[in-house]
Design a protein around this ligand. Structure first.
Ligand code: IPE
Ligand code: IPE
Ligand code: MG
Length: 245
């Protein structure tokens, strides 16, 4: 494990969570506390997102899924939604300039069919040029909702059944898991939610069946690599039984 960055705490590099999920929450409150408009929190949050993603790569995490925009977030004022989209586009622009150096595989999790035009082109481009990187896979959940993902899987299964290509008893949890947005989005081992909220907000509903949780009152723009260390360290102390003894 000499290749990877040493963390400040005693993380066991051989027992890292395979898949970490982060609900990047608290941007708005962070800005409001400073008398700034909410979008300033999204700008600050995007910087932290970049830092944490590359730090996760450096310590050897293989899969990171970040919740960037939910299917419910469209309810926000139009102005805020456009600002969030702009911040995401800026992240992709930056990644398009630096991907050869950063070597992170980037994908978008969610119903991305709603994205069109220039943003869509950039999304497709960053996915294509980073697809071969073997280290960290970064799934950016955009227009993502766990319930929508499950319904999408059910629709796929029904279409196969209608064509006679799937029998009801062939639809096992493993088979169904492959019908979600990605056929290789593994169970999430550790879900991190800052900002003090103790809920999933429609994040990775299927994949979180046996996830461990780490909650904190820190607002996302204040989140530091040391918090990720802490979360992983605590994760490594948990006794995961998966229903066994
Ligand atoms: C998370 O921060 C970012 C998105 C949902 C896009 P919020 O904008 O939800 O911040 P709070 O929860 O209002 O503080
Ligand atoms: C969850 O945060 C979605 C993202 C972080 C992208 P929200 O701020 O939308 O969740 P609620 O409304 O507090 O449940
Ligand atoms: Mg929020």
């Amino acid at each position: 494990m000499g290749l990877f960055k040493k963390t400040k705490v005693n993380i066991d590099p051989d027992r890292l969570p395979n898949h970490v999920g982060i609900i990047m929450d608290g941007n708005g409150r962070w800005a409001q506390k400073r008398g700034l408009p909410r979008y300033a929190g999204h700008v600050a949050g995007a910087k932290v997102f970049k830092t944490i993603a590359y730090y996760a790569r450096d310590i050897g995490i293989k899969n990171l899924t970040v919740y960037a925009f939910s299917t419910e977030n469209w309810q926000r004022p139009q102005e805020e939604v456009s600002r969030i989209m702009k911040v995401l586009e800026e992240f992709i622009d930056d990644a398009l300039n630096t991907f050869e150096k950063e070597k992170v595989r980037i994908r978008f999790l969610g119903d991305t069919s709603v994205f069109t035009g220039v943003l869509r082109e950039k999304m497709d481009r960053i996915v294509a040029v980073t697809d071969h990187f073997p280290g960290l896979t970064l799934n950016i959940a955009m227009n993502y909702g766990g319930q929508h993902e499950i319904v999408h899987g059910v629709q796929k299964a029904m279409a196969l059944a209608q064509k006679g290509e799937l029998q009801p008893d062939e639809l096992t949890p493993d088979a169904f898991g492959k019908m979600l947005y990605f056929d290789d989005c593994d169970a999430v081992d550790l879900i991190i939610r800052p900002s003090g909220e103790l809920r999933l907000s429609n994040f990775l509903l299927w994949q979180s069946a046996y996830a461990e949780f780490w909650f904190s009152d820190i607002l996302w723009p204040d989140f530091k690599p040391a918090h990720l260390d802490q979360a992983i360290l605590e994760y490594q102390k948990r006794n995961r039984r998966f229903g066994g003894v």
